[in-house]
Design a protein around this ligand. Structure first.
Ligand SMILES: Cc1cc2nc3c(=O)[nH]c(=O)nc-3n(C[C@H](O)[C@H](O)[C@H](O)COP(=O)(O)O)c2cc1C
Length: 198
């Protein structure tokens, strides 16, 4: 199997993460930046924006999620929610994936023929950047899971981390040392998924 296929196979959802990473923060930061920079985007519009939180900022972020959920999750269900947030806060960092809506709007104005497509392509670009980052982190031994607490946290997160109003939060990749392996993964039948014609 090619190195690339081995790498994408090694990327899994890792929920049991910790702070015992064996690479330094600068290496993680460089990995995230390079993965996002090398990800394609429609018209090379580079709509993806990433805010990476470490240390107190990472903890602060997960406390914002926790307190936001506390207001909406029924009290009797909050214990498990709280434990889940603890498991994310136990990680080493969180990468927040945004898409710059000003760039999307600019493209819609500039290329009216494709106006409906640009928001869709922006979502595709974000997904590609998320996947590349997730896979690149796995390659350096960092485990991660992809979370979606947007949009309920957006306002407070934007205020706390001085996020521009035109950046739209799409996903949160929380990462750290791998403290337990990924769960078993099942695959649907190839026959139901792929068609090939000659
Ligand atoms: C678009 C997308 C959204 C996802 N959202 C979440 C999420 O909000 N929370 C979560 O725990 N996992 C989320 N996941 C992780 C999937 O559950 C996981 O990728 C899938 O079960 C396959 O497992 P694997 O990542 O180990 O290959 C998401 C994955 C994708 C691709």
């Amino acid at each position: 199997m090619s190195n690339f296929l081995n790498s994408i196979k090694a990327r899994r959802t890792i929920y049991a993460i910790g702070k015992n990473v064996s690479v330094d923060q600068a290496t993680i930061e460089e990995t995230i930046r390079e993965a996002v920079k090398q990800s394609p985007s429609s018209f090379n519009s580079q709509t993806s924006r990433v805010v990476t939180l470490y240390g107190a900022s990472h903890t602060n972020f997960w406390n914002i999620v926790r307190e936001t959920l506390r207001k909406i999750v029924p009290a009797e269900a909050f214990e498990s929610t709280n434990a889940k947030i603890d498991s994310f806060a136990a990680g080493f960092g969180t990468a927040l994936f945004y898409e710059d809506q000003d760039v999307v709007k600019g493209l819609q104005e500039q290329f009216a023929l494709y106006a409906d497509n640009f928001p869709v392509w922006s979502e595709h670009s974000s997904a590609i950047a998320q996947f590349a980052t997730w896979t690149a982190l796995a390659e350096i031994g960092i485990g991660a899971s992809l979370q979606h607490y947007n949009p309920i946290i957006d306002e407070e997160v934007a205020e706390t981390f001085a996020i521009p109003a035109n950046w739209k939060l799409r996903a949160q990749l929380v990462f750290g040392s791998v403290e337990a392996p990924a769960g078993e993964k099942t695959y649907m039948d190839d026959a139901a998924r792929f068609k090939t014609f000659n």
